[in-house]
Design a protein around this ligand. Structure first.
Ligand SMILES: C[C@H](NC(=O)[C@@H](N)CCCCN)C(=O)O
Length: 525
């Protein structure tokens, strides 16, 4: 009689890569929404209408109208006098400007007009950091990990992707509404409500993140684990890259900052539906795994107990990964929130293209993260890759802090180096966690790492927003903002890089003592 050997569904290449693709798609939608506001910092922090010209310059409508009025009164050209209502695509404007003591006449054509929200840099920083607010202060990420280990992948993923969608809708509602001078929690109503939506979204996004990590370990342990994690991160980065590249053009085209967010909310609805499809696969995988266990006479792994957390918290290697994650990511994700405006004011990049330079960073990682992941699978050297990535992060921020080399091409090169660093560390760090912590506690382990990381994702934008407002904003005698000096914020980012170097070195030392296997290949030969 022919003996049939039971196989798990995850033993099928097609099945496990399909599962990976579906879950990564949901994550990608989340990453899109996370960064969709970053290129809009300049628009959000400008009051009233902003006029964009065909030569890729822009100007607040009020100052344009003042200039046109000045021109008209000087020249008595009443036919060229514009009012705010007449600012529309295709209109030509002419005005005089004083440059170096001489009067120059300028004629420009309007390409689009969008509504600025008049937020301060501190408000923008608060809003950007609100992503981690509920995760950090209500410990929701920590509980999310426990829910994941107790309730399982299907329940937790549906819950978290639903939360992302809900948060996105609140954020969109806040940005598309005019609340006048209304206040909420002692803050401008729009800022407060948009931040609340972002906080709910962030809770969902982070819990989806730990769920996705557990899904990948479930399907890929002992197989192409780091490559799979790398590909998941790569797909997530597509979300970030597209957000950075298209957000401002969409806002300009539609005339309002809320439209890119609406687009993100629609994407998240699709992401929610795709996770439902994954749940069907997950159920089948569990059934096939149970059948394999039965055939081999194995019993089901003991479930997660709260007391298991002790094991996680007593591991020094685990804490070093936590701290590395905190410092490294504090130097990248919060930086992205401010990078577009940095390009405009430090590197003199026209606003229309300014989002494209930070977008190079995630675009670069799309290719490199799976490459480095596969390298780690085959030859190991995980701890070393983390050290190299941390050194590159520090160098990049020091270069951005320098008051010299303010050329756009220089910013492009530095951003590409940051992209390499941002591929090296995640591709080595995330697959290293299962080498330190067993599968059973993995949900809680990833949740704790994300929790600590979220402290940085919350507080660093607050700090940087405040530093920009108080130490980097340059004003003229009349108090009008004339530019920004980014030295202080970039030095802060460089300090995070230095800490990451120190911690990754300590991790390598700890690995050689405890033999976690961080320098060894993941794939079993
Ligand atoms: C996989 C990893 N994800 C995270 O670190 C998330 N906690 C942060 C998500 C923030 C999204 N802008 C990564 O993206 O490398």
């Amino acid at each position: 009689m022919k003996e049939t050997i039971q196989k798990r569904l995850s033993d099928s290449k097609t099945a496990r890569w399909t599962a990976l693709f579906i879950v990564s798609f949901t994550m990608m939608c989340g990453y899109f929404l996370t960064d969709v506001m970053s290129p809009l910092e300049n628009l959000l922090t400008t009051k009233g209408q902003v006029v964009y010209f065909t030569d890729d310059t822009s100007m607040p409508a009020d100052s344009l109208v003042a200039k046109v009025n000045y021109f008209s009164s000087e020249e008595m050209l009443s036919n060229s006098l514009l009012t705010v209502e007449q600012l529309e695509e295709g209109s030509k404007v002419q005005y005089y400007e004083m440059q170096n003591g001489a009067q120059t006449q300028t004629e420009k054509t309007i390409s689009s007009v969008a509504r600025g929200e008049g937020w301060s840099s501190t408000e923008y920083g608060f809003f950007s950091g609100a992503y981690g607010l509920i995760n950090v202060f209500l410990l929701m990420l920590f509980f999310g990990g426990v829910i994941l280990d107790k309730m399982g992948i299907r329940f937790t993923g549906m819950m978290s992707s639903g939360l992302m969608f809900m948060g996105a809708l609140i954020k969109w509602y806040a940005l598309s509404s005019d609340f006048g001078d209304a206040q909420l929690f002692g803050m401008d109503m729009q800022v407060a409500l948009a931040s609340l939506g972002f906080a709910i979204f962030g809770m969902g996004a982070e819990i989806t993140g730990i769920t996705a990590s557990k899904v990948i370990v479930k399907w890929f342990a002992g197989k192409e684990l780091a490559l799979a994690m790398g590909l998941q991160v790569a797909m997530a980065r597509i979300g970030t890259a597209v957000a950075l590249a298209v957000s401002l053009p969409v806002a300009r085209w539609m005339g309002d900052v809320s439209y890119p967010v609406l687009f993100g909310a629609i994407l998240l609805c699709v992401g929610f539906a795709s996770y439902m499809i994954y749940c069907v696969m997950d159920r089948k995988e569990d059934a096939s795994a149970a059948a394999v266990r039965m055939e081999n006479g194995e019993t089901e792994e003991e479930g997660f107990k709260l007391s298991d957390l002790k094991l996680i918290f007593c591991s020094k290697g685990f804490w070093l990964i936590n701290l590395l994650c905190l410092m490294f990511y504090a130097g990248v994700f919060p930086f992205l929130k401010f990078a577009t405006k940095l390009m405009i004011y430090k590197y003199d990049v026209p606003e229309s293209f300014a989002g494209l330079i930070p977008a190079l960073l995630p675009f670069g990682t799309i290719l490199l993260t799976p490459v480095f992941g596969s390298l780690y699978d085959r030859i190991g050297r995980g701890a070393t890759l983390m050290i190299i990535g941390s050194v590159m992060l520090t160098v990049v921020h020091v270069l951005f802090a320098l008051p010299v080399m303010n050329y756009w091409w220089f910013a492009v090169i530095v951003m590409i180096v940051l992209g390499i660093a941002f591929s090296l560390v995640p591709s080595a760090m995330w697959p290293s966690v299962p080498k330190i912590i067993p599968m059973k506690q993995l949900g809680s382990a990833y949740a704790t790492i994300f929790y600590i990381q979220n402290i940085g994702l919350t507080m660093v934008p607050w700090l940087i927003g405040w530093v920009i407002e108080h130490f980097a904003t340059l004003r003229n005698e009349a108090g009008v903002i004339v530019g920004y000096d980014y030295t202080a914020p970039m030095v802060i980012f460089a300090v995070f890089g230095l800490c990451a170097i120190l911690i990754s070195t300590l991790l390598r030392v700890e690995d050689s003592k405890k033999h976690y296997g961080l320098e060894e290949a993941n794939m079993k030969k």
